[in-house]
Design a protein around this ligand. Structure first.
Ligand code: AMP
Length: 395
């Protein structure tokens, strides 16, 4: 059942949101992206005349820890929603029930941090049942935790045989990945970067079955270069993965995938923004130097492929973009993806640091979709079934 096809009038609706936002020392929210992302779903239920009960986790508390109380984020939720909300210092029990009972339709109640109960992460059935007894309808809109079988993400859904759906946010996440991985449009280009081959290997192998072009950049590229006999100096390398890198190159050939590796690199004599730098061919890095970004020729090579693509998936930076001296490759790729999107391509940016990069360069609006769920997005692309998604679909 799709959220747009449901009328929540007079219904008590419990929504699992991802309000796991960063807080500063004074408990102010420093980035409200995740709160903003949940607003459309909340507004839809309010507009229909339902009562909204919001539940989330925040951080990794060990038991009840005041610094992880969701009370800290109430004013930020109110600002984004444009109305006041009711906070309850617990997420199950009689007090929560009576607050909900006394609430008028259209009101919003925020429950205390689910992880104050260890039953949440343990996926405890009884805890999930108690949460389910608070409402007639369950919406999951927390994509970031969809890959975990927690009480509030997967287990609770069992207590709603039919009265459950995805929120707009998860719906958009799923539609976006499905569009990239299952669409017949071509060419499909995946750009994978970041530090290590080992953490991306499953995703790379899955992508080799689907994509037309696979661009590999970032720290992991040097393992591929070394595997082919190149000199990589002191660059990041995983020696245990050299053979696997060669197998990936082989598989790409076999599957007719155009595998692109960087051809030049910006090298530094220290892992430091102020280090001495030079640009060299990526397979000719002298000892004592390390590659920390892709060079201009690589950017041009990658850009030509990206601009020619209809579907684009990007995960992982092209270099150490946190340092200004080594951010150019990542910025150029981000700008190129934005340009391709403007020309009509569909672009999905997913997973940890590439999202941070897109946000750092203020390009979030210029790509088709920026995923909110790092690990969840990667596992979904890898083809794994996510418990939080499967539970809504009764799979
Ligand atoms: P990941 O979490 O695997 O996507 O990796 C992201 C991290 O990889 C970022 O913190 C980058 O600074 C780092 N990274 C990217 N390129 C390199 C490189 N050439 N050498 C070392 N670290 C890199």
């Amino acid at each position: 059942m799709q959220i747009d096809h449901i009328n929540f009038d007079n219904k008590k609706v419990i929504i699992r949101v991802d309000f796991n936002v960063p807080l500063d020392a004074e408990f102010n929210v420093t980035d409200d992206t995740r709160i903003k992302a949940a607003i459309p779903t909340i507004k839809k239920v309010i507009k229909d005349g339902g009562t909204v009960i919001l539940m989330s986790h925040l951080g990794r508390p060990k038991g009840r820890e005041e610094k992880y109380s969701l009370s800290h984020i109430v004013s930020t939720v109110e600002e984004n929603l444009g109305e006041s909300i009711n906070f309850v210092y617990d997420c199950i029990g009689d007090e929560v029930k009576s607050v909900i009972e006394e609430s008028e339709k259209g009101s919003v109640i925020l429950l205390e941090n689910l992880r104050f109960y260890e039953e949440e992460k343990a996926g405890d059935k009884d805890f999930a049942k108690q949460l389910s007894e608070l409402a007639d309808f369950y919406i999951n809109d927390a994509f970031g935790t969809a890959h975990r079988a927690h009480a509030s993400t997967a287990v609770i859904a069992q207590f709603y045989p039919t009265n459950k759906c995805f929120g707009y946010l998860i719906e958009k996440e799923i539609i976006s990945v499905d569009k990239v991985l299952n669409s017949k449009e071509k060419p499909l280009t995946a750009i994978v970067g970041g530090a290590k081959v080992s953490s991306k290997i499953t995703i790379i192998e899955r992508l080799l079955d689907t994509v037309d072009n696979l661009i590999i950049g970032g720290g992991m590229a040097y393992t591929f270069v070394k595997a082919q006999g190149g000199k990589i100096g002191n660059s990041l390398v995983e020696n245990d993965y050299l053979e696997l890198a060669l197998k990936i190159i082989e598989k790409a050939k076999k599957n007719d995938v155009n595998l692109l590796l960087p051809i030049d690199t910006i090298i530094a004599d220290d892992f430091n923004n102020e280090a001495n730098t030079q640009v060299v061919p990526i397979n000719e890095i002298p000892e004592g130097w390390m590659g920390l970004d892709i060079g201009e020729k690589s950017c041009e090579l990658f850009a030509a492929t990206i601009l020619n693509s209809k579907l684009i998936l990007w995960n992982g930076p092209m270099g150490v973009f946190e340092m200004e001296a080594f951010q150019k490759g990542t910025v150029t790729i981000a700008l190129t993806i934005a340009e391709a999107t403007e020309k009509g391509a569909f672009s999905l940016v997913g997973g940890g640091d590439s999202v941070a990069a897109i946000n750092k360069f203020n390009l979030g609006e210029k790509v088709s979709h920026v995923s909110t769920g790092g690990g969840a997005m990667l596992e979904y692309i890898e083809g794994k079934q996510l418990p939080g998604i499967a539970a809504i679909l009764n799979k």
